[in-house]
Design a protein. Structure first.
Length: 322
């Protein structure tokens, strides 16, 4: 059986989920895929840090050069997050002839053109299912299952933090600040929640979806973006009285020959398919000219759902390598 060697860059939430799935589901993956996935190295900042999982001795490293220069490593998985050094690592991995998986929506939305150009130049593949909506397979749907359709419109709840906050404001009458603190206490929001509550995270994800659906240039700065910090209980109550609710929606559609991309709080009727998406869940409505309307729903973040998408990408690339 062909052995495919994998290196993980990062062992945070997503990296840990990826490791657990490869460890626990390894025999099943081997049976289904017909190849053995071996995690050869894991790049971390501090090898002495106490971690949620036990790794074999000698697998941790702080040296990216030793990974990218190792000819036995077939796939490099970037789950560090942020822009740098993630962007540099991804491009250098591709230039070294490695296949690459990333979960990094920010680096793709802001530097995707350079990254895809590097992949094309080396005839290598970069896969990024986990970059949008965690475990929901929306990327593969747009890249494969919906190729027979002209995509007309995409509308989604792409950020679990803001959806949780708006859910709590709606169901429990909490104000924004109280709901945010609750989300932070549960680990649903970062200590600095700006990227989430200001709509930046959802805009990054929308840029990727619009690139896939419409072939638009990855340009997150062109997306009209408004967060939820201005949503009040008065707004929530007024919407409820009219049988509506407020959701942070990301949408992309063609209007009068021009594509319009926006992220902002919107009032939608309670019978709308996205109105019932609560808590930290995500959902994406895709309208195609043949299939009409489809809805993709599930957990848009978290250790195991996001790790599931990462491992699926690893398996797909392993089948190319094997």
């Amino acid at each position: 059986m062909k052995k495919v060697r994998v290196a993980l860059l990062g062992l945070g939430t997503v990296g840990t989920g990826t490791w657990k799935i490869l460890r626990d589901n390894g025999p099943m993956i081997e049976e289904k895929a017909g190849c053995c996935l071996e995690v050869a190295r894991v790049l971390v900042k501090n090898p002495e840090k106490k971690r949620a999982v036990e790794l074999p001795e000698g697998i941790l490293t702080t040296d990216f050069e030793s990974i990218v220069a190792d000819p036995s490593i077939d796939i490099i998985v970037e789950v560090i997050g942020g822009i740098e050094p993630a962007r540099d690592y991804i491009i250098r991995a591709l230039q070294a002839g490695k296949q690459v998986v990333t979960a990094n929506k920010a680096v793709l939305a802001q530097h995707g053109s350079d990254i895809f150009a590097a992949a094309d130049a080396q005839r290598r593949t970069i896969k990024y299912e986990a970059s949008v909506c965690g475990g929901i397979p929306i990327i593969s749907a747009l890249q494969q299952s919906l190729l027979s359709n002209a995509i007309l419109e995409i509308t989604g709840i792409l950020n679990g933090t803001t959806n949780y906050i708006l859910t709590r404001m709606t169901e429990s009458g909490k104000d924004f600040d109280t709901a945010l603190k609750e989300a932070q206490g549960l680990g649903y929001a970062e200590a600095d929640p700006a990227a989430d509550v200001m709509g930046v995270d959802a805009a990054n994800k929308l840029a990727i979806l619009a690139y896939l659906a419409f072939g638009l240039k990855l340009d997150v700065k062109s997306i009209q973006t408004e967060g939820i910090t201005g949503v009040t209980q008065r707004d929530i109550a007024a919407a409820r009285e009219a049988d509506f609710c407020i959701k942070l929606l990301a949408s992309a559609k063609k209007i009068n020959g021009t594509y319009r991309l926006k992220v902002c709080p919107e009032v939608i009727p309670l019978n709308h398919p996205l109105a019932g998406v609560s808590g930290v869940n995500n959902a994406v409505l895709v309208k195609g000219n043949a299939v009409n309307e489809l809805m993709f729903y599930g957990q848009g973040a978290g250790e195991m759902p996001t790790g599931s998408a990462v491992v699926s990408d690893i398996i797909a690339l392993a089948l190319q390598v094997a």
